[in-house]
Design a binder for this molecule. Structure first.
Ligand SMILES: [Ca+2]
Length: 317
């Protein structure tokens, strides 16, 4: 029985290993998943000052770009509530500087809106209701919050406009019902690398990384070949050459690597080896040596484009 039990345990362990934890996405979520059950007039800007025991980190655990904002609400309202969701950066004490904001039309349940707001580790989310009208009646705005959860809600009558720094005074128990998804932004172009940026290797483009397209011309001289190369996009480009000398012998030449800028003419030279020079001197002008030139460029995404040129070097006897 013992052996069988041990075997069963081993099988269980193996199954756990095989299943394992789900592959962690690089995107992370922060804020709060509490659901609003209370509201202040929209003249108040709100932030959570403390949130003991809430599930998500209250502040951004990492820098990147906020690509989604989530607002939870369980107040049964007959209208949606226009809400400015703000990225707030700590400015000492209970003061925060509003860095950016996005508007969410908060309905019942969870409202998710797309966003593109750069965020630094340590930033928080805050909100403010904005004025609207319902059936012809103007409403000054509604600032939603969770009042039945432990925590300290900070409030200010200041607008907390983007660019301004505002002190949020502890007002009541509660928290703001805001969460957000942060995606990494490795190239620091302000676009989330997972859903907004198809080329996270380059800040210059957000669509798929452009492949390298090479064009070239050649000029054969007595002791070398000059290759002029143009690349469609910034890329390191290498030129190499191999000449067949007969009897299985080869002459290998390296034209080097240059970091090309798009649209510029760049000169490479393949200097003939001693063996190639000797072979050319042996051959009459009617005969020739085959030279294969390989031009290769690497895109920002690591894709290699190769262009091969076949040249004939006339005998020099
Ligand atoms: Ca990016």
């Amino acid at each position: 029985m013992r052996i069988r039990l041990a075997a069963a345990l081993t099988v269980t362990a193996a199954m756990l290993l095989a299943v394992g934890p789900a592959t962690a996405s690089a995107a992370t979520e922060f804020g709060d998943t509490c659901s609003a059950d209370d509201a202040a007039p929209g003249t108040y800007s709100l932030v959570t000052l403390s949130s003991p025991g809430s599930g998500l980190p209250l502040t951004a655990p990492t820098s990147g770009v906020i690509t989604k904002v989530k607002v939870n609400n369980q107040l049964p309202l007959p209208f949606s509530v226009p809400t400015l969701v703000k990225v707030l950066r700590a400015a000492g004490g209970n003061s925060y500087t509003a860095i950016n904001q996005v508007t969410a039309q908060v309905g019942n349940g969870q409202t998710t809106v797309d966003a593109r707001m750069p965020v630094l580790a340590g930033d928080k989310l805050g909100l403010r209701g904005t004025p609207f009208s319902y059936e012809g009646t103007p409403i000054e705005g509604i600032s939603l919050y969770c009042g039945e959860v432990p925590g300290t809600l900070g409030a200010t009558l200041q607008e907390a406009a983007v660019g301004s720094t505002t002190s949020f005074e502890p007002a009541t128990e509660g928290r703001v019902p805001l969460a957000a998804v942060i995606e990494p932004d490795v190239d620091n172009d302000g676009y989330g690398d997972e859903t907004q940026d198809a080329c996270p290797q380059s800040a210059a483009v957000q669509v798929a990384c452009p492949p390298v397209v090479l064009s070239s011309s050649t000029q054969v001289k007595k002791g070398s070949v000059t290759i002029i190369v143009t690349s469609s996009t910034a890329a390191p480009v290498t030129v190499k050459g191999v000449a067949k000398l007969g009897k299985g012998k080869k002459a290998k030449m390296n034209g080097g690597t240059q970091n090309l800028l798009p649209g510029t003419l760049n000169k490479y030279r393949l200097f003939f080896t001693k063996g190639l020079k000797k072979r050319l001197k042996e051959l009459p002008p009617k005969r020739s040596v085959k030279l294969t030139v390989t031009i290769s460029g690497t895109s920002v995404a690591g894709a290699v484009t190769t262009k091969i040129l076949k040249l004939k070097l006339k005998g020099q006897a």
